[in-house]
Unconditional design. Structure first.
Length: 320
């Protein structure tokens, strides 16, 4: 049970599973629903494999000219993977956070070291990176994008996905606490009681913590000067704009700590990302959307754009 006497999420899942299994009609409905999903997934897999074959030659596909940076659980036969490991355990970020074992990746690349990735110039057709750049400081992101520009072929496409700071800042400024509580209550089950049971002050305090935690280390347990919830709220209010507060919080995030923990330390909206992409040599920069890549192979929702789509920014750019 939770602190407020409500069943925990996994307990609810177990109860509901037993209810379904004890009811033959409900069991059949669930099996049919699962069967439909399996058929749709197989159909999608055939479609996108045909898309690869149609758009790329056999010799190209043998080279696997596509790279996913920070792939998490992503594994695809045509794609290479670049990731880093943490600490003595040699675990990836996903293994460290979720305790899920992963197969090996192709390129060890710690962007905090700012060493070139072991891929030749003008080699790749596409690069994808989802919810990675917010874990890096601005100079690291610029280095990463310069490297991506180097390894892409002319006309190659980069697709970046990250939290959209504009959505968070606008929600905070208009006191749209539901925006934050959807993530806290529905997506992560971190909120202990319903939004309606909190006072306005409590909501602002909780959402202040969420906002600063999303862009910095100031509330992280390993921060040398960890903020209290009240301090988070006062810190944001002390700056002319919420964006100024986010910048200040990021500046207080120790690089050495984040090299170890891999948390969020930066924020991006479309304008900020556009400027960085342009400065690192990209052209045809444009805002995209969920499963709306200009490159057909990256519209496959089984593999791409799977993280927090309701709060994400999607941007694509090309190498000249």
């Amino acid at each position: 049970m939770s602190d407020y006497g409500e069943p925990k999420f996994e307990d609810l899942v177990e109860v509901k599973s037993n209810e379904i299994l004890s009811n033959a009609r409900e069991t059949k409905k669930c099996i049919r629903r699962a069967a439909r999903q399996i058929i749709l997934e197989k159909s999608g897999k055939r479609f996108f494999e045909d898309t690869y074959q149609r758009n790329y030659s056999s010799s190209e596909l043998k080279q696997r000219p596509f790279l996913n940076i920070g792939p998490g659980s992503f594994r695809h036969k045509h794609w290479r993977l670049a990731d880093k490991t943490y600490g003595d355990s040699g675990s990836t970020w996903t293994e460290m956070r979720r305790g899920v074992s992963q197969s090996k990746f192709d390129h060890e690349w710690d962007l905090y070291d700012r060493k070139p990735i072991d891929i030749g110039d003008n080699t790749l057709c596409a690069v994808y990176s989802s919810h990675v750049i917010e874990h890096l400081f601005a100079p690291d992101v610029s280095f990463m994008l310069s490297e991506v520009n180097r390894i892409l072929k002319s006309g190659g496409v980069l697709r970046l996905v990250c939290p959209d700071a504009a959505l968070m800042v606008e929600a905070y400024d208009r006191q749209d606490w539901e925006y934050f509580f959807f993530y806290l209550s529905v997506m992560t089950h971190r909120a202990k009681k319903p939004l309606s049971k909190h006072s306005e002050l409590e909501l602002r305090r909780m959402c202040s913590v969420f906002l600063l935690d999303w862009v910095s280390l100031v509330v992280h347990p390993k921060s040398p000067d960890r903020f209290s919830p009240n301090r988070c709220m006062e810190f944001i209010a002390s700056y002319p704009t919420t964006y100024d507060a986010l910048d200040a919080a990021g500046a207080l995030s120790p690089r050495a700590v984040n090299k170890e923990v891999g948390a969020h330390v930066s924020w991006y909206n479309y304008r900020k990302l556009f400027i960085i992409l342009e400065a690192t040599g990209f052209v045809n920069i444009r805002r995209s959307g969920f499963a709306q890549s200009r490159l057909p192979i990256m519209r496959d929702r089984s593999y791409f754009d799977r993280t927090d789509c309701e709060m994400s920014l999607y941007v694509e750019a090309e190498k000249p």
